[in-house]
Write a protein that binds this ligand. Structure first.
Ligand code: NAG
Ligand code: NAG
Length: 180
């Protein structure tokens, strides 16, 4: 009797893992760059992925902000899909990062979807003027149960370019893979 239950349990676990894998979404690489026009505005302290277990990859990054307070922050968010190099894929949007952080009722959009997913793992809970001397994302892993991206299997890259006062300061490139 006991061994039967054990077998059922194993089977369910196996099934669950298969289902999880079937919708798997995980980070594969991250790059953080200060752009030539940064002009001493910010500095990356770290930017890395950590594999915590198979198919669980956590993203952490910290950027020090050297010119406070910040009253004007704009972000370009661009998505690429890998196929013979990286090609633009659907999203290329420019939005007011201060407004996104401040507004509880920011319109439903791709940028809000991304931001809401990351928020609890970051210090993106201030509105502008931004007075804290850094921005961080700590140990954020893509969770297929929360992030169900309706995109085909493949490798993708999200480019976040941050502008302060209209000048491009940093570029963060996040690579992830969706397995079918
Ligand atoms: C933002 O988050 C930090 C860390 O969790 C917390 O200490 C701080 O009080 C929060 N600030 C606001 C404005 O919610
Ligand atoms: C931010 O600064 C840029 C460049 O000065 C300006 O074009 C833009 O309108 C500003 N955004 C806000 C929300 O003030």
């Amino acid at each position: 009797m006991r061994s039967m239950w054990l077998r059922v349990l194993q089977m369910l676990l196996g099934l669950w893992l298969t289902l999880a894998d079937a919708r798997l979404l995980k980070f594969t690489n991250v790059k953080c760059l200060e752009l030539p026009t940064n002009a001493g505005f910010s500095r990356y302290e770290y930017c890395r992925l950590k594999v915590v277990r198979r198919n669980q990859v956590e993203l952490s990054l910290k950027v020090s902000l050297l010119e406070l307070p910040i009253t004007n922050l704009t972000t370009r968010l661009q998505c690429f899909q890998r196929s013979d190099g990286y090609r633009p894929f659907i999203y290329n949007i420019l939005f007011d990062f201060c407004k996104l952080m401040a507004a509880r009722k920011y319109r439903i959009s791709f940028e809000r979807f991304i931001f809401d997913a990351v928020r609890q793992h970051s210090n993106f809970n201030h509105s502008c003027p931004w007075r804290e001397d850094h921005m961080t994302v700590e140990r954020y892993a893509l969770d297929f149960t929360k992030v169900n991206m309706p995109v085909p299997a493949g490798v993708y890259r999200l480019d976040f370019t941050f502008y302060a006062y209209g000048i491009a300061r940093t570029l963060t490139q996040v690579y992830f893979e969706k397995l079918e």
